[in-house]
Write a protein that binds this ligand. Sequence first.
Ligand code: UCC
Ligand code: FAD
Length: 509
Amino acid sequence: NQLPASKSYVKPQRGDFFQEAPRLENYFVGDASLKSYLTRLLPEEVFGIVGPDLLKFGSRVGSDIYNFGRECELNPPTFSKFDAWGNKKDEIVTCNAWKKLKDVSAEEGLVAIGYERKHGEFSRLHQIAKLYLFSPSSGLFSCPLAMTDGAARVLETIAGPEFRDTYNRLTTRNPEIFWTSGQWMTERAGGSDVGSGSDTYAEKIMDDLYALYGYKWFTSATDSDIALTLAREVDSDGNYTSGSPGLSLFYLETRHPDGTLNNIDVQRLKDKLGTKQLPTAELLLHGTNARLIGKPGRGVANISSMLTITRIHNAIASVSAMRRIIALARDYATRRVTFGKRLINHPLHMKTLARMEVETRGSFSLLMEVARLLGREEANCATDSEKLTLRILTPLLKLYTAKMCVPVISEGLEAFGGQGYIETTGIPGILRDAQVTPIWEGATNILSLDTLRAIAKTKGEALLALSERLNTAMSNHRNDLKGSANQAPSRLKKRGPFFNILQKERANI
Ligand code: UCC
Ligand code: FAD
């Protein structure tokens, strides 16, 4: 064989082919299920306000907010125990983008919308739709927001008027005064079994003012302004009640008015598999000033209303991460060519994406149903049956969406081939962060047991309410399917291969 005269192919070269990256434009515009759900569920006048807000926000979560989130991923928090001269400073340093995300969260009303209740029973739907757009771009600022929302609910429903100023700070749109909250429940001996595991003691100083002594094993968003926590009251003779009935709920501010820590030693930052953007620390409380909230000994029951909210936020994180990776994978499928055609034209690839889509849409519907019910409960217009359904669906929503998001996101990562494994694409972080959702806010088995608790506490009424709701949904769904089967095949075809495969998948389940 003779080499051609030019020998151009033997010179070193990078080649002419560069793969186009996946692109997303406006996240609200691109999310067909979110748009169609809100159009269907919200009254026209409410959609007239919510729609434009989400449209504007859908663009931000793809631009400045996305960039802040990436900056948080690339500049994780650091911890510095001492200053150069050996003085203890216990400083958790977060990047500027993390601080900006706090301001954005206030300005956009990401907690406030749920409490202003401008749209009555639909306010939670507005807030949760907005958080759903925010979460995958948020650099995990979604985590402090979840706990802030939960704390606001506790202060609104259980705490007295002396906590009004704090409540206002948690629910404000003014970044200058906006505060976030932590939720410190877990200790070394027990994250699930909090009643047996809690070894934090509360010594009364006077009235409702206490000093807390203990070691909190996991505290996320440790840079928060306040925290709700559990501790065991000890009397002057050192007596206390063990187990869950001995636990009370306490409110604390993490810093004294002069800016120093409120008798809290930061021991270290956790070295985690994911959620690296988020500071999670171990804390030693040595006389931390705190105030009792609610009745003594009702700590677990009182913090449960916080758990209801944070578990719904957990589901927002799980479902929106699934949605994000599918959106990216779908776009990529229009840009990546293999075996002579774009991925979107390989039926097997599209079937893989369609399976993910079905799982995500199911999870999304469950999330929105819970959001709808929560909004109705808080606007005092939920029926008894709706309240019971909300109680039983909340643990089911959390456990199911968290469990499903890990395999769905793993599959989504594979849809990018080797590029899905490359850090700078931003895709690996989605999988890493998903793995925490089945663990925190109650591991899956604990949520299964909470479902049984909901059934037992209501003497089976919650299960009955859910089964009635499911029967109605199933019969509506059967009618919908009948309706779509009657559609002209040519109309289905026009919607493209993705839609056709989705229809088949729907028929299979
Ligand atoms: O992980 C955490 C933060 C992570 C960072 C934030 C992520 C935000 C979301 C993501 C966004 C990106 S904080 C730690 C979370 N920890 C947990 O979730 C704890 C998991 N363990 C449990 O849930 C357990 O089931 C316990 C602690 C509740 C079990 O305690 P007990 O004392 O053994 O439970 P009891 O005796 O059954 O219940 C005590 C009382 C009862 O009320 P009464 O006395 O009136 O009968 C229960 O009905 O508490 C009530 N209760 C509830 N009420 C218990 N659970 C609930 C509930 N879910 N709803 C209503
Ligand atoms: P365990 O309770 O020891 O559970 C271990 C396993 O046993 C789990 O799979 C569980 O499902 C199973 N199990 C336990 N009991 C039962 C049972 N009765 N039946 C069947 N199975 C059971 N906590 C906070 O309070 N505040 C925070 O800010 C916070 N941030 C966190 C951040 C991260 C990144 C992580 C990973 C955790 C965080 N946590 C936080 C702690 C988290 O809430 C706990 O890890 C979680 O609740 C589980 O508790 P545990 O680790 O003690 O596990």
